[in-house]
Design a protein around this ligand. Structure first.
Ligand code: ASP
Length: 439
């Protein structure tokens, strides 16, 4: 039988009434059998996520051992949530046990993970489903990365003969046998791991938005919704800051060709966005799928005549940066020029100085210049490589908006053109590109 794996984010778990929606969603489709939940998120703007309340508890635990005051806010959230749900669940004893463990463990990861743990315990009671602790089935390796094979096997084993199960998201078990969390927003990754382990037909990711938008709604009013997007396009856009989904959550499902559907818990009837492996992906007909960007990059510009004939030139430059432990985002290059595009905050302190001196020594450039306050904007779409004139339209739109382009990089995947403009032109540039391709 085909199986769907559903992950519910923080806002879908925010209070008892919202969790009732979750139950309706699960009950509406028999294929929705395995569920991953986040900790309760914000109920209204200005509210505090349970994970953040827990991180406060951790600070209290390490400063004076007793977490009573900070934990009282967590307690209040869960007590009222269970009350709203009107279920038989002895939340106070589970909370007492959790509070004692937070005090004795004194581990940030353990404490941060308790929001998901409690959410999953409650959701399993609501759904009458089995609770499976992520600590027993999701494993990290000695480098702190996911041990996929071991985890997939353990999950499949734990689910044998199980009709419906709930897993807490966001954490697993470290090499030392203790709870270890993913980075923030990591329940998306947990969902993808479970989907991969059971070879799901679909990974449904339930959020509080009806899918991805073609660009940031804080910049363009009501941008178009993206109906379908390929994994590749999503990777490019989410790397650039379009974040509905944790960027690492793609990998477990992508290699198994499992599609992801972004859905809205508050409007389950909305179609949402399908994220598809390239094999199943049919471009929507529009040339560009989405536009996203980030501010605050620095560009180190290097010029030297006959650079192209100097063997190992680029390698020497990259060595300098690698020695400082700095990652480079892009390397646009010409015959006698190359530029390093680096997030400005990575060059803080003495780093920039060290990098520049290192480059001077290593390759003796004719010109070495730093351009600061650069925003990068990625225009992404499979349709771009096959339609003639796309870059002319893109640069035409930017020029008409009177914006000076300082960096150009066409990713070798041919589905992405990145332009670097001044931070001050960032919003104007996104608006101009959106208008050209979507209006
Ligand atoms: N609760 C965690 C966070 O707030 C993980 C998650 O929601 O995915 O980051």
């Amino acid at each position: 039988m085909t199986v769907k794996v559903c992950k519910f984010g923080g806002t879908s778990m925010a209070d008892g009434n919202v969790i009732k929606n979750v139950k309706k969603i699960i009950d509406a489709d028999k294929q929705r059998r395995f569920i991953i939940v986040s900790a309760p998120g914000k109920r209204y703007s200005g509210d505090v996520k349970v994970t953040d309340l827990l991180l406060k508890c951790h600070n209290e635990a390490i400063s004076h051992g007793d977490v009573k005051t900070a934990f009282s806010a967590v307690r209040a959230r869960f007590v009222s949530l269970v009350k709203e749900l009107n279920i038989k669940f002895d939340i106070n004893s589970v909370l007492d046990e959790t509070e004692a463990l937070i005090e004795s463990e004194q581990s940030e990861d353990f404490t941060a993970s308790r929001g998901e743990y409690l959410s999953a315990r409650i959701t399993s009671a609501v759904l009458g489903a089995k609770f499976i602790d992520a600590k027993d089935v999701i494993f990290f390796d000695k480098n702190g990365a996911l041990d996929g094979e071991k985890s997939y096997k353990a999950i499949a084993e734990a689910l044998k003969g199980v009709e419906c199960a709930v897993f807490p998201g966001f954490y697993g078990c470290g090499i030392d046998g203790k709870v270890k969390t993913f980075s923030r927003g990591g329940s998306d990754i947990s969902g993808a791991i479970v989907a991969r382990a059971v070879n799901a037909s679909l990974y449904e990711n339930w959020t509080d938005v009806s899918g991805f938008l073609a660009c940031d709604p804080r910049i363009v009013d009501s941008p178009k919704r993206i109906k379908t997007i390929s994994y590749k396009e999503l990777r490019e856009l989410s790397y650039m800051g379009a974040n509905v989904l944790h960027a690492d959550s793609i990998f477990p499902v992508r290699s198994a060709n499992i599609p992801i559907q972004i859905k809205n818990t508050f409007r389950p009837e909305d179609e949402g966005t399908s994220i598809l492996p390239i094999l199943r992906y049919k471009p929507s007909g529009s040339v560009v799928t989405g536009v996203a960007g980030k501010k605050n990059f620095s560009v180190i510009f290097i010029e030297k005549s006959l650079m192209n004939s100097e063997i190992g030139f680029m390698g020497k430059v990259l060595d300098v940066v690698a020695k400082e432990g700095i990652s480079v985002e892009h390397i646009p290059s010409g015959i006698d020029t190359m530029s390093l595009v680096i997030e400005s905050e990575r060059l803080g302190g003495e780093k920039l100085e060290k990098v520049l001196n290192g480059i001077k020594q290593a390759v003796k450039p004719d010109t070495l210049r730093v351009i600061e306050n650069i925003a990068l904007i990625a225009t992404v779409g499979h349709g771009m490589s096959s339609s003639v004139g796309t870059s002319a339209r893109l640069f035409g739109a930017i020029a008409s908006a009177d914006i000076n382009v300082k960096v150009i990089d066409q990713g070798s995947s041919e589905i992405n053109i990145i332009v670097g403009v001044s931070n001050d032109d960032y919003e104007k540039c996104i608006k101009a590109i959106y208008k050209e391709f979507f209006n």
